[in-house]
Design a protein around this ligand. Structure first.
Ligand code: ADP
Ligand code: MG
Length: 221
């Protein structure tokens, strides 16, 4: 008689428990990302199924890699139109997010991640966009400027991320966000990441997400 087999946990806990491409797994390994953080464990399986996700977890919990892996896996290398748009409240955050996406996607050649933030000259940004961008990360005001100038098209963008959505609302970006979303296709994946969950976030989710999966990771302290 064989001993009864132990049932394994149903929630994947390591990146290697997900069916990710070998090249991405190797890259994650080289970055020292082996175990997923709780928000990654809960949101990645949903993200990878293409669902809309609203995720709340404290700062420093690895939210960037969660949405970055989700969007990276959908990228088509041959399409230089903006396939994924990530909005962040500040230039500093947008720069960090763009850096993290670049690190995570470095196993793929020729994927361009362009940062569009205010307080910086617009000329070089236009130049970068002319060469094509698979992913655009930026602040709402400057993204809007580029849409007005028609130097950016998001008409075929299939992933939208609102990162630190609570802070963007606090900073009064709601009109800009709404305007930007009106340029996006209806058919898209919308991901909303936040550290807190005020009423405004719920409204935003109801207006712009489609049957979102809600994920909350409570802080332990
Ligand atoms: P948040 O957006 O939730 O504030 P970040 O995405 O900025 O958090 O991540 C915080 C830190 O954790 C970053 O330095 C990032 O490199 C690191 N990190 C993210 N996911 C993992 C992981 N699975 N394993 C190890 N480090 C990770
Ligand atoms: Mg973050």
């Amino acid at each position: 008689m064989t001993a009864p087999t132990l049932t394994t946990a149903t929630t994947p806990s390591r990146f290697s428990d997900l069916s990710l491409p070998e090249s991405l797994l190797n890259n994650l390994n080289s970055l020292g990302y082996l175990e997923m953080t709780p928000i990654q464990q809960q949101s990645l399986p949903e993200l990878l199924e293409g669902k809309d996700v609203i995720a709340k977890a404290k700062t420093g919990s690895g939210k960037t890699a969660a949405f970055a892996i989700g969007l990276i896996l959908k990228l088509k290398q041959s399409d230089f139109g903006c396939q994924a748009l990530v909005m962040c409240p500040t230039r500093e955050l947008a720069t960090q997010v763009a850096q993290e996406i670049r690190r995570l996607v470095r196993y793929q050649q020729n994927i361009k991640v362009v940062t569009l933030c205010g307080g910086q000259p617009i000329g070089p940004q236009i130049g970068s966009l002319e060469h094509g961008a698979h992913v655009v990360v930026g602040t709402p005001g400057r993204i809007q400027d580029h849409l007005r100038k028609k130097t950016l098209s998001i008409a075929r963008t299939s992933t939208l991320v609102l990162d630190e959505a609570d802070r963007m609302l606090d900073m009064g970006f709601i009109d800009a966000i709404e305007n930007i979303i009106s340029h996006l296709p209806e058919q898209r994946q919308t991901l909303l990441f936040s550290a807190t969950y005020p009423e405004g976030i719920k409204t935003l989710s109801q207006r712009f997400q489609h049957q979102p999966v809600e994920i909350t990771v409570e802080s332990t302290h």
